[in-house]
Ligand binder design. Sequence first.
Ligand SMILES: NC(=O)C1=CN([C@@H]2O[C@H](COP(=O)(O)OP(=O)(O)OC[C@H]3O[C@@H](n4cnc5c(N)ncnc54)[C@H](OP(=O)(O)O)[C@@H]3O)[C@@H](O)[C@H]2O)C=CC1
Ligand SMILES: O=C(CO)COP(=O)(O)O
Ligand SMILES: [Zn+2]
Length: 353
Amino acid sequence: MFEKSTWIRLPRNVVVGHGVRSAVVDVVDDLHLQGRPLLVTSPTPRAVAADPVAADFRDVGVDPAIVTVEAATFDAVETVIETAETEEVSYLVGIGGGKAIDIAKMASDHLDMGFLSVPTAASHDGIVSNRGSVPDGDTRHSVAAEPPLAVVADTEILADAPWELTTAGCADIISNYTAVMDWRLAKRLKDVEYSEYAAALAEMTAEILVDNADMVRPGLEESAWVVTKALMSSGVAMSIADSSRPASGAEHLFSHKLDRLAPDAALHGHQVGVGSIMTAYLHGGDRGVWRDIRDALSSIDAPTTAGELGIDDGTVIEALTTCHEIRDRYTILGDGMNERAAREVARKTGVVG
Ligand SMILES: NC(=O)C1=CN([C@@H]2O[C@H](COP(=O)(O)OP(=O)(O)OC[C@H]3O[C@@H](n4cnc5c(N)ncnc54)[C@H](OP(=O)(O)O)[C@@H]3O)[C@@H](O)[C@H]2O)C=CC1
Ligand SMILES: O=C(CO)COP(=O)(O)O
Ligand SMILES: [Zn+2]
């Protein structure tokens, strides 16, 4: 008897374009959401988008509550849950970068409430995914979370954000190449749950972005359009897989470890990009695709070396040798690299001097 089943949850409305921020209230109406919203944001996105969205709600006679979070932590998720209960809200709107959106989607899951995703930066592919990513001591959890009912991505806001946020989003997408290599390896060696559709979508998304790299230029609103669509496509791959596997392999373990060893030194996307150069080398050796990944990153102004990340060489080596311990996810790092091997890959790929 065939007993397999799957349940893929995706957004019902996706609104992307110039000035669409003001459509948040219309999207809420279209979804028949009633009552008070809680806007979940972080300091800079609050000024850029959350306060204007709050004003849009007031204009239509709705009084929103707002909570500002500083970091992607379980404590922040708790604060949002408490605020939602005290303020008696009916749904959440995550407004910001990966941090604010992740916290909103995890709090929504706990509260059993709907949630809208309003990105202010094209910096990460969690915009539509059904996962939250939270550091917890020496580990990092990929938490099942509420996927957004709708995404409202205003390309005017996204294009106005600092350019490095957009290049970080591109690098998060380019890292799909190695994430998928790791996933296929884990399927072959450990028979992990695997979806060819999700893997193909994640890879194709990276390919389309690389093919259109000449459209990703500072000051060009079309760049925000191209990158945001790729970020959403990558998030859909995670939702299809019901796992972050299509977009997160060893390069993400490396980045999560850097977050621990050198907090706030560099953006998530930039760290995974540099990680991807090295793990591509581990997969394919000198004839592999590591140079293509490095060149794709460099063509969109993303960092390709430890120095460009603002992280010292020793920290990169420490991260490479210890990051396999972060979570139980089989990758090309296996049970860990020794220091000599780590130095070799980092030097051969030019990541360290
Ligand atoms: N769930 C998932 O599937 C995924 C989750 N992630 C997670 O997302 C996070 C990374 O996302 P990222 O967006 O880089 O992180 P942040 O949300 O921390 O945003 C990065 C920086 O950009 C600032 N910012 C955001 N929007 C604007 C804007 N319009 N103008 C100026 N500054 C702005 C933020 O300000 P401020 O400090 O004020 O907030 C912050 O300093 C990580 O926690 C990562 O784990 C990443 C990929 C996938
Ligand atoms: O960043 C992600 C995909 O780009 C997902 O994060 P995790 O590595 O925590 O699953
Ligand atoms: Zn990522």
